[in-house]
Design a protein around this ligand. Structure first.
Ligand code: ZN
Length: 259
């Protein structure tokens, strides 16, 4: 098995710009969905309950885009010669039509052509993550927290509490965006029979846990990474599922490698 360095791609640049754009836009939309209602109707639990479905829709739409983005990023990082081979045109496949056969049943003749998941595949993945129920539950608890403030609490105090809640919700959402970016990269890698490489941003924000995962390789995109262990590695985040993110706000992602 070899790990090929992708040529002429700058993964950090690419993911930084596109992913940051998606993150920035989603964060602005989150504030714009909640704040105006709180300004006119008060920072109360009732206000949060009023906007729940709009927030759910916002998270659904952003995470769907994140998965497509992840597949596109993986495509741009895939070793191009290997990818071209796996997308070989149908004409190259031996014609067995006269026997009523059309090539191997587990590998479609000519290889897959689309490098992006269909809207249906994206929707299935997003639903399987249970994000909607998670957001509803999160906002329900936040609404209860706002309701538990004393009846006479000044409006400014209520507003500060609401702003804390929106910041917390954003932290929760950005981690889900990263999870779906990785789901997209895994979708692409599985489809074109690549393995996975754990890629870590090597900067001043890098933590020991993520550093322990850096450059680890799986030979199948269906496999999952074992958790890091050793000295200086804190307890494992309960949300870790064998792929990045390793912890809330983790910026690691997987990319395809030839196997
Ligand atoms: Zn990380």
């Amino acid at each position: 098995m070899s790990v090929e360095a992708p040529e002429q791609v700058r993964p950090d640049l690419l993911s930084d710009t596109t992913l940051r754009e998606l993150e920035g836009q989603t964060e602005r939309q989150l504030w714009a969905t909640i704040l105006p209602t709180a300004t006119t109707q008060g920072a109360t639990g009732a206000t949060l309950r009023l906007v729940v479905e709009r927030v759910v829709e916002l998270v659904r739409s952003a995470t769907s885009r994140a998965m497509t983005l992840g597949a596109a990023l993986a495509h741009s990082l895939a070793p191009s010669a290997v990818l071209a081979d796996r997308r070989a045109p149908t004409a190259a496949v031996p014609r067995l039509g006269f026997l009523g056969l059309s090539g191997s049943p587990d590998r479609p003749a000519g290889g897959p052509t689309s490098t992006l998941p269909t809207p249906g595949q994206v929707a299935t993945t997003v639903v399987s993550q249970g994000l909607e129920e998670e957001v509803r539950g999160w906002l329900g608890r936040a609404a209860a927290a706002l309701d538990s403030l004393p009846a006479g609490a000044p409006p400014e105090r209520r507003m500060r509490r609401l702003e804390q809640i929106v910041r917390g919700l954003w932290g929760h959402t950005v981690t889900r965006l990263h999870r779906l970016v990785n789901a997209g990269a895994v979708w692409f890698s599985e489809r074109f029979e690549f393995g996975l490489l754990w890629h870590t941003r090597n900067d001043e924000r890098l933590c020991p846990s993520c550093w322990a995962m850096n450059a680890r390789v799986l030979t199948s995109a269906r496999a999952r990474f074992a958790a890091p262990s050793g000295e200086g590695i804190p307890a494992l985040w309960e949300g870790f599922a064998g792929l990045p993110p390793l912890h809330p706000r983790c910026r690691c992602f997987v990319r395809p490698v030839a196997r």
